[in-house]
Structures are given as structure tokens and as C-alpha cells.
Design a protein around this ligand. Structure first.
Ligand SMILES: [Zn+2]
Length: 388
């Protein structure tokens, strides 16, 4: 069995479901493995959640600074999911060229590939700095994982970053962001025998919801070449308390997907404009409780970016063109740390990532490792000129 497969099996068999997000065992394993190959390793966690341990390993010094990033947590295995698994999700099982197990593709496969590539470079002698981040908390948004590592100054400025996620080994350079918002309408409650004396907050909200549906359709005019169109979806509605009274309160929560190039303040202003365009008086309406995570886009204009695309297309025979990535990733937390390009890259599909019988195709996994290794050997052994 190859060292890569053996390593991935070991990683799968150290469960790290999140929630609850106890990362201690997996972080310690990854840290020790990286210490053994000669890296300087820190295991770090925020005071708010001491079990959310991330691993940061470094070899070398100077330019270029390249980061390999993968997360060490997985989604939890729910009860109905556990029943659907053909084997124990926390035992690595090899079958028909695939390795099954929770985290096999998301994200322990990419993590194992990066660890092997890291080791090969460590043993071969090189120029520049290679950083490997085994991040906690990605599956719950990364606030106490990668976001915290970046904000607390534990991560360096980088010339190139590879975020390991499921892209079928295509080079993904963009994903959408999301703006969440809450809208509340307020009316005046009276007995339902004479509703015209009251002000119905649900009727007012109904008009807002339909206006948002129109807005969603208008957004389809804005097309991003890699990630498609922005969207607006109302996912929650709550209002009123009883059928025999006019409702004086109604609330909705919405999810507005944001494409690269859209600005959060403009998106907020658009949502307010949609609401303000409705004549709701005497009902009143409020838009707020915004939660935002930014989209990400890299243009692949640096020599490192171009070299990575070239390595991947030559080994995978895929077209040398970047693609989009539909789910979010920790890339959004790393935008401020990259002075060059950032890509998302890894075997498999995100569609098998959060489901029963999660697996990674062994050939694809080996290919992922080969691409990262070839790239690192190429750009760190000879040293390349950095383009800011
Ligand atoms: Zn993932």
C-alpha cells in the first residue's frame, strides 16, 4: 500500500466530526507526523474553544511563500446517515479503486495529499517557505479556525495558496459569497371580525416576498463566467399568533448569494431598495441583521498561478482553464493573506462529501498528490521570480 493511502486511512480512523468539533486527536496526529518530517509545527486554538485545534507547519524561509490548506474536521454522521452506510464510516475500506470513510474526500484526502507533497519537498531540499495548514472548524464556517488563525497573525502573507476541496482535480479560482438578512414588518393587531380597522403585517410581508422574487429573477442578468448568477431566496417566514386576530408582526430570513465583483454595501442597498419600493404604510418595515461572507476570485495572472494550472492540466489531461466552485470554502478567510493567486483543488465532488458512503477515487487522489508535488518541485527547487 502506498504511503499516501496508508496516511489517509489513518486520518479517516481518527474521527473529527463537527459539531461537536473536538479536534484534539486529529490535530495531534497531523502535528506529530509533520514534526517527524522536520517541520516547525504549532498547534493553535482560540480561548473561546480550546478543542478547536488547528495545525500550522512550516519548512524553509524566504520567498516564495506557498501555503497548502486543508481542514481537519468533517461533518458529523447523523443517525439516519449512519444506518445508510455500507461500512463503518470511521473505518477506511478499500473497494473497487475507491477508499470509503467519513472525510475520505472532504477533506482528509486533500490533507493527506498535501502532507505527502510537503514531506517530499522537505526531504528534497528547496528554496522558499512552505506552510501547511490543517484547519479546524471549516464545517461550521471557519470563524474559530482559519478566520481566527488569520486575524490572530498565525498565518504569513503568501505568494500562492492551494485550498484543498473537491474540484475533480480541476483548478477552481472562484466561489460565491453569501449575504443573509432579516426583514420585519410591523402592523396593528385587532380582532379578526373587522380586519380593516387593523394593519396586517403578513399582508405587507407578502408583497415584500413577491418583490424579492422579482429581484431574484432580475439578478439572472448578471452572469459570472465561472460561478454563474447571483440569487435571492426567502428561506424562513414567521408571523401572527392566531387565525382570529390581525397579525401585527411578520419576519422573513433571506439568503442572497453574491458573485465575485459584487460589493456587500451595494447588495445591502439593493435589498433596502426592493423593500422601500413597496408602499406598505401604515405597516412599517425594517431590513437588517446582515451576515456576510465574501465571494472569492483569483485571476491566475502570477507565474505561480500559471505554473500550477500547467502542472495540473499536464498531469490530469483536463483543459488548462480554471473552473468555479459552488459551495463556500475557507478560501474566503485567506483573501487578505495572498499577494498572488489562490486556487481550490482536490479530488472528487462536493456532492459525495456530505453524504453516506463518502469515498475518494484512489487514482484521483494520487493524481492530486502528483500535481501538488510536481508544482512544488518545479517552483520551489529552482526558485521563481515573484510577481506581486
Ligand atoms: Zn471541505
Amino acid at each position: 500500500m502506498s504511503e499516501l493511502i496508508e496516511l489517509l486511512k489513518a486520518l479517516i480512523e481518527i474521527p473529527s466530526p463537527n459539531p461537536p468539533g473536538d479536534h484534539r486527536a486529529i490535530a495531534e496526529f497531523v502535528a506529530q507526523w509533520l514534526r517527524d518530517v522536520g517541520a516547525e509545527v504549532s498547534v493553535l486554538s482560540p480561548t473561546e474553544k480550546p478543542d478547536a485545534r488547528s495545525v500550522v507547519a512550516v519548512i524553509g524561509s524566504g520567498d516564495p511563500v506557498i501555503m497548502l490548506h486543508a481542514h481537519i474536521d468533517t461533518v458529523p454522521v447523523g443517525e439516519s446517515e449512519a444506518a445508510a452506510w455500507s461500512s463503518d464510516p470511521f473505518r477506511a475500506v478499500e473497494r473497487n479503486g475507491r477508499l470509503y470513510g467519513k472525510g475520505s474526500v472532504d477533506d482528509k484526502g486533500p490533507l493527506a495529499a498535501m502532507m505527502i507533497a510537503f514531506k517530499k519537498l522537505a526531504l528534497s531540499g528547496h528554496s522558499g517557505t512552505l506552510v501547511l495548514v490543517g484547519a479546524a472548524e471549516e464545517e461550521v464556517g471557519g470563524q474559530l479556525g482559519t478566520r481566527w488563525l488569520a486575524d490572530a497573525g498565525h498565518l504569513p502573507q503568501c505568494d500562492f495558496i492551494i485550498v484543498g476541496e473537491q474540484t475533480f482535480n480541476r483548478v477552481a479560482t472562484a466561489h460565491k459569497g453569501v449575504m443573509r438578512a432579516t426583514i420585519r414588518t410591523t402592523g396593528h393587531s385587532v380582532h379578526a371580525t373587522n380586519p380593516d380597522r387593523g394593519v396586517n403585517a403578513i399582508n405587507a410581508m407578502a408583497r415584500v416576498v413577491l418583490a424579492l422574487e422579482n429581484y431574484h429573477h432580475e439578478l439572472s442578468q448578471r452572469v459570472h463566467p465561472l460561478v454563474g448568477v447571483p440569487t435571492c431566496n426567502v428561506g424562513v417566514i414567521q408571523g401572527g399568533s392566531t387565525a382570529n386576530a390581525v397579525a401585527d408582526q411578520c419576519m422573513i430570513r433571506l439568503d442572497r448569494r453574491v458573485i465575485p465583483g459584487e460589493k456587500p454595501e451595494v447588495v445591502q442597498a439593493e435589498l433596502r431598495a426592493v423593500v422601500d419600493s413597496m408602499e406598505l404604510a401604515p405597516a412599517t418595515v425594517e431590513v437588517g441583521e446582515f451576515l456576510y461572507s465574501s465571494p472569492f476570485e483569483s485571476k491566475l495572472q502570477t507565474s505561480l498561478g500559471k505554473a500550477f494550472l500547467e502542472c495540473s492540466s499536464s498531469l490530469t489531461q483536463a483543459p488548462a482553464e480554471p473552473v468555479g466552485y459552488l459551495p463556500g470554502s475557507d478560501a474566503k478567510h485567506l483573501i487578505g493573506l495572498v499577494r498572488g493567486d489562490m486556487v481550490i483543488f482536490g479530488p472528487g465532488s462536493y456532492e459525495v462529501a456530505h453524504a453516506y458512503d463518502e469515498y475518494v477515487d484512489i487514482g484521483e487522489l494520487e493524481q492530486c498528490e502528483a500535481v501538488i508535488s510536481k508544482f512544488l518541485q518545479q517552483v520551489m527547487q529552482v526558485g521563481v521570480e515573484r510577481h506581486a
